[in-house]
Design a protein around this ligand. Structure first.
Ligand SMILES: O=C(O)CCC(=O)C(=O)O
Ligand SMILES: [Fe+2]
Length: 308
């Protein structure tokens, strides 16, 4: 008998490196250059301020889903007054939780990632999902929740259906507020809902998982996001985990060279293929790095399911 979850596993898919990446590697070009005006990395598409339109958002995400782009960065997608509002709310919010294994990374809201740990986490995730979304929405001015705007934009422009991800147990949350402070960093990892929610058949039908991040406030120093464009199989991932308690993360040695480097500023929104290992550089200085993060699951039938 075929094991349905196994048959659907996204890890069996062949790698789909973009032509651009292949071409660059073949030409032996130095792809490690950081995104800059002189030498932009063609695997990172940088949109100017004012380009955060429904059509451009859909285009960027279609390209990422097709493997034609590793990441897309929309400069000043969200106005400064909206970020300032959210920053003040976040500064005042006492109820920040830390991840076990990553004490300098905090968050408001529970991530689907956590359902793998226990049955209690699984039940709690779905029980909290709606309330968590409302807390995240409440951090922004009324009617200005960036993930509501994203959902609407994609609903207008995506070829298939767009909505919140609904697994067998119920609707998923949408929007985690993350903060990194005190020299903290996010170690290299990937985000694969099919592995996190391995008992959910619906989660297995997510073909590409695209990360959405809004940088609400930058740290004084550090905090760039690096994406290493290569898919690791689940076995490869497990074989390269760091020792506990950082075992969510990969050892540096297994990462391919030439990451795509995203250097967001406050108000910028960026998307990248979260199946690729990625990390956030160490942050320092008195200001915490605040982000709003979520995922766009591109389903096998091309529908889009949003979650966090
Ligand atoms: O904060 C970032 O830039 C990346 C966070 C992250 O790991 C993710 O969105 O999956
Ligand atoms: Fe991630």
């Amino acid at each position: 008998m075929t094991n349905e979850a196994e048959r659907l596993s996204i890890f069996d898919r062949p790698e789909r490196p973009s032509d651009v990446v292949l071409e660059m590697l073949q030409r032996g070009q130095d792809a490690s250059r950081e995104h800059s005006n002189e030498r932009p990395d063609p695997r990172l598409k940088v949109y100017e301020a004012g380009s955060y339109t429904a059509a451009a958002i859909a285009e960027a995400n279609r390209m990422i889903a097709r493997g034609e782009l590793v990441a897309a960065l929309f400069k000043r997608a969200i106005p400064a007054d909206v970020c300032d509002y959210a920053t003040a709310k976040l500064d005042a919010h006492a109820d920040k939780e830390r991840y076990s294994g990553a004490p300098s990374v905090g968050r408001i809201g529970k991530a689907l990632y956590e359902v793998q740990f226990s049955r209690a986490d699984y039940v709690e995730y779905f029980a909290r999902a709606q309330a968590d979304l409302e807390v995240s929405r409440g951090m922004f001015p009324p009617g200005r929740y960036p993930l509501d705007e994203l959902r609407l934009a994609l609903d207008d422009q995506w070829s298939g259906r767009v909505g919140r991800l609904r697994l067998e147990e119920g609707l998923c949350g949408l929007g985690l507020l993350r903060f990194v402070d005190k020299g903290g960093e996010i170690l290299p990892h990937n985000d694969v809902a099919a592995a996190d929610a391995e008992y959910s058949l619906i989660a297995q039908s997510i073909d590409t998982q695209i990360a959405f991040n809004l940088l609400i406030q930058s740290a004084e120093h550090g905090g760039a996001t690096r994406v290493y464009p290569r898919r690791l199989s689940r076995n490869e991932y497990d074989a390269n985990r760091r020792p506990a308690p950082e075992d969510y993360a990969l050892r540096d040695e297994c990462l391919p060279p030439y990451p795509v480097i995203i250097r967001p500023e406050a108000g910028d929104i960026y998307f990248f293929d979260a199946n690729f290992p990625h990390r956030v550089d160490a942050c320092s200085g008195p200001r915490a790095r605040y982000t709003l993060s979520a995922f766009l699951g591109v389903l096998r039938n091309s529908d889009l399911a949003l979650f966090s």
